[in-house]
Design a protein around this ligand. Structure first.
Ligand code: LMR
Length: 328
C-alpha cells in the first residue's frame, strides 16, 4: 500500500493521540502529615477527583509524611519543578511573603469559622496571589484547626508554667516571638523531627492541632495538653505558577475544579477529624487534657499580646484589622 499524505497525516495524528494517552501529566503532591489528617484526606480526595475528571490525562501521586520532601525542601522543590503541588502550613511562608505571618498572630481568630470567613474575604483571597513575583500561585486554603499547647510537665495552665521550657516551633518568627513573650525558649524544627525531639527531651513541648498531636503520637510523649486554642494551623495549597500556566487549558480547568471540590471536602471534614482525635487522645489516658478557665485564657492572651505590635508593620495594620472583622 502506498502511503498517501492523508494516510500519513492520519497515522501521525493517531500516534500523537496514543502518545498523549500513554503519557499522562504527572502531578506530584507532597505533604508532611499523616494520611488520616485533614490535609492527608483532602490530598487523596484531590487525586480521586482529578483522575476522574481527566481520565488518562493526569496521574496524581500523593506523598504523605515527608516521604518525598520535608518542611525544609518542599517549597524549593516546587520551584525547581520536582513536585507540582504542596500545602505548607501558613506559618512556613515568610521567605516568600511576610503577609501570611498574619495567621500566626496569637489569639487573632476566635475559631476556624472566623479563619474561614477571612480566607473567603477579598483580603484573604488576595493573599493567594501574594507570592506571584516569586513564581508561586496559591490555589486554595485548607483547614486543619486551632492549636493546643503541650508539655512534658504536670502543670500547664498559666503562662508562667512554660517559663524556661524549650518549645518546638514551626519556622516562623512570629511563633518565636510568641514563645519568648511567655518566657519559653523556642526552637525551629521540621515537623518530621518533632516526635523524637519530644521523646528524647531535646524540647519540652510543642503546639499543634489535635489531629497532628494524635497522628504523630505526641500525646504519648507529653504529660499535659492545655486546651488553649491560641492560634491556627491552616494551609495554603500552592503550585508552580509557570507549570500551572503552561498546562493545556482543559487540564488546568479540570485540576482547578478538582481542587475546589477537594477543598470543600477537606474543610468540611477538618473539624470532625480534630474532634475525633481529641477524643482518642482523651481515651488513651496518656496525656492529661487540661481545660482552661476564661481567666486562664485571658492571662495567655495578655502575655502574648505584645507580639502583634512587633509584626504590625511587616503584615500591615489594615490586614490585621480586616482579619479581626471576621470574628463575630
Ligand atoms: C507543623 O509543622 O507542626 C505543621 O505545620 C505540620 C502540618 O503540616 O500540619
Amino acid at each position: 500500500m502506498r502511503l498517501t499524505p492523508v494516510l500519513l497525516a492520519g497515522a501521525a495524528a493517531l500516534s500523537l493521540s496514543i502518545a498523549a494517552q500513554a503519557a499522562p501529566i504527572i502531578v506530584k503532591v507532597s505533604h508532611v502529615v499523616a494520611e488520616g489528617t485533614p490535609k492527608g484526606q483532602a490530598s487523596l480526595k484531590f487525586k480521586e477527583l482529578a483522575e476522574k475528571k481527566l481520565p488518562g490525562k493526569v496521574q496524581v501521586q500523593v506523598f504523605p509524611s515527608s516521604q518525598l520532601f520535608g518542611d525544609a525542601k518542599e517549597m524549593e522543590a516546587l520551584l525547581l519543578g520536582d513536585v507540582q503541588i504542596v500545602a505548607p502550613s501558613l506559618s512556613k511562608f515568610s521567605r516568600y511573603t511576610k503577609k501570611l505571618q498574619l495567621f500566626d498572630l496569637p489569639f487573632l481568630f476566635d475559631d476556624i469559622a472566623a479563619v474561614d470567613r477571612f480566607q473567603h474575604s477579598p483580603d484573604g483571597k488576595a493573599l493567594l496571589e501574594s507570592m506571584k513575583s516569586k513564581g508561586i500561585k496559591g490555589l486554595a486554603y485548607w483547614h486543619n484547626g486551632m492549636k493546643q499547647l503541650s508539655s512534658d510537665k504536670d502543670r500547664l495552665k498559666r503562662p508562667e508554667d512554660v517559663k524556661g521550657l524549650k518549645y518546638r516551633i514551626q519556622a516562623s518568627d512570629v511563633l518565636e516571638a510568641q514563645f519568648r513573650a511567655v518566657g519559653a525558649n523556642p526552637q525551629k524544627m521540621a515537623f518530621s523531627e518533632v516526635y523524637q525531639a519530644l521523646q528524647t527531651g531535646v524540647v519540652d513541648g510543642q503546639e499543634n492541632t489535635w489531629s497532628n498531636i494524635y497522628t504523630q503520637k505526641f500525646y504519648e510523649v507529653q504529660k499535659t495538653i492545655a486546651e488553649t486554642n491560641h492560634g491556627v494551623i491552616d494551609y495554603m495549597v500552592i503550585t508552580n505558577a509557570k507549570w500551572w500556566d503552561g498546562l493545556p487549558a482543559d487540564v488546568r480547568q479540570g485540576l482547578a475544579e478538582a481542587m475546589d471540590e477537594a477543598t470543600k471536602f477537606g474543610n468540611d471534614l477538618a473539624g470532625e477529624l480534630n474532634a475525633r482525635d481529641r477524643k482518642r487522645i482523651a481515651d488513651a489516658g496518656k496525656a492529661k487534657i487540661q481545660p482552661l478557665s476564661k481567666d486562664d485564657v485571658a492571662a495567655w492572651r495578655k502575655a502574648m499580646a505584645p507580639v502583634w505590635k512587633k509584626f504590625e508593620s511587616d503584615i500591615g495594620k489594615d490586614l490585621i484589622e480586616a482579619a479581626q472583622k471576621a470574628n463575630r
